[in-house]
Design a protein around this ligand. Structure first.
Ligand code: PLP
Length: 400
């Protein structure tokens, strides 16, 4: 009998399954809004000019590829700290943050999860209801019991802030709370600064462990605005985790560029935490790859390239916002009468459209428009070439 005879087929990743279905669809007018990536106005994945220029400079002075330190490129880790906490912040200057280069935002979450499991094996993890689908799987596979806190308010198209606070209030001390720092995936609804203040207060009072997932810094309101929540956690004097992803903000999906930062009480403590993060990394993949992090470090630490990046990031953000407005206008023009202002209130790449699974399936089957059954559509995949068709199809299924 084969060694693998008893191995069961694992369920397919729902989003990848959707992509396969999309690729197999022969409808020439098909549109894929199920993706989690930013496409430009021509429906193409962009190569940012700042990235191309950094790569050109790197090619001009090619370097041998030795192993990187376990925690990655030092200049990269510093640049991450500058972006997330502020280069002049007290925590960075006082060396109270342990930052390691990671394989995308997912890698940052996984290093944090493995470290937390060693630190407090019996802790529970709470994620938002709903959350990015990999949060539950990642923390479960790291050995945690994963529960949820209230978040999405389908009826009022927003967040159940009171219920969320109540759930956090009930959590046991030491519970890890995974929070989306900005541009909540999948709903697009973010807490207001005042609501964040309340969350910070409860987290502090209850002794919870905040783990901020920042996968879309710069896609909501701006780099500083989207990072403002970090300042609230710092001001409260809390220890916390932040995972960073540059997949979207640098359009570097396949390079796997991210980080994990752990804010500690002192530089001495940060040194001890860093030593443990390094063990997690060393025993998983030894040390990270060079290219993507070198590109990001070059862009962030070269003033001209950094301003170019900020400009290009603002361009992506502005285009998504314009698509939100245009979608609402087109839906109204197509006769949809309900209040659609929620689409423009949402932040980031996604919109919880409010469409149900049956409506999403009709969009696919009858119109070749692919979104997730939860109603999530990627606004960053809309463009002037597909907008009218998408709006007409959505209007048709909304009107029944
Ligand atoms: N966290 C959230 C909320 C995400 O939406 C994503 C990507 O879709 C990630 C983390 C993972 O990012 P990366 O591709 O850099 O691993």
């Amino acid at each position: 009998m084969s060694l693998f005879a008893a191995v069961e087929m694992a369920p397919r990743d729902p989003i990848l399954g959707l992509n396969e279905q999309f690729n197999a669809d022969t409808n020439p007018k098909k549109v894929n809004l199920g993706v989690g990536v930013y496409y430009d106005e021509n429906g193409k994945l962009p190569l940012l000019r700042c990235v191309a220029e950094a790569e050109r400079q790197m090619l001009e002075a090619p370097k041998a590829r030795g192993y990187l330190p376990i925690d990655g490129i030092a200049a990269y880790d510093l640049a991450v700290q500058g972006l997330v906490f502020g280069a002049d912040s007290e925590v960075v200057k006082g060396k109270r943050v342990a930052t390691v280069q990671a394989l995308g935002g997912t890698g940052g979450l996984k290093i944090g999860a493995d470290f937390l499991k060693r630190l407090n094996p019996s802790a529970r993890v709470l994620i938002s209801d709903p959350s990015w689908e990999n949060h539950r799987a990642l923390f479960t596979n790291a050995g945690f019991q994963v529960g949820t806190y209230a978040y999405y308010d389908a009826e009022n198209r927003g967040i159940k802030a009171e219920a969320m606070l109540a759930d956090l209030q009930e959590a046991k001390a030491g519970t890890v709370v995974v929070l989306h720092a900005c541009c909540h995936n999948p709903t697009g609804y973010d807490l207001t600064p005042a609501q964040w203040t309340q969350v910070v207060e409860v987290v502090k009072a209850r002794g919870l462990v905040p783990f901020l997932d920042m996968a879309y810094q710069g896609f909501g309101e701006g780099i500083a605005e989207d990072g403002a929540v970090i300042q609230q956690f710092l001001a409260a004097g809390l220890d916390f985790f932040v995972s960073t992803s540059f997949s979207k903000s640098f359009s570097l999906y396949g390079e796997r560029v991210g980080a994990l930062s752990v804010v500690c009480a002192s530089s001495e403590e940060a040194g001890r935490v860093l030593s443990q993060l390094k063990i997690v990394i060393r025993t998983n993949y030894s040390n990270p790859p060079t290219h993507g992090a070198q590109v990001v470090a070059t862009v962030l630490s070269t003033p001209a390239l950094r301003s170019l990046w900020e400009e290009e990031l603002a361009g992506m953000r502005t285009r998504i916002r314009a698509m939100r407005e245009a979608l609402v206008t087109e839906l109204k023009a197509a006769g949809v009468e309900q209040d659609l202002s929620f689409v423009t209130r949402q932040k980031g790449m996604f919109s919880y459209s409010g469409l149900n699974a049956t409506q999403m399936q009709r969009l696919r089957g009858e119109f070749g428009i692919y979104g997730v059954d939860s109603g999530r559509i990627c606004v960053a995949a809309l463009n002037p070439g597909n907008l009218k068709a998408v709006a007409a199809a959505m209007a048709a299924v909304i009107k029944g």
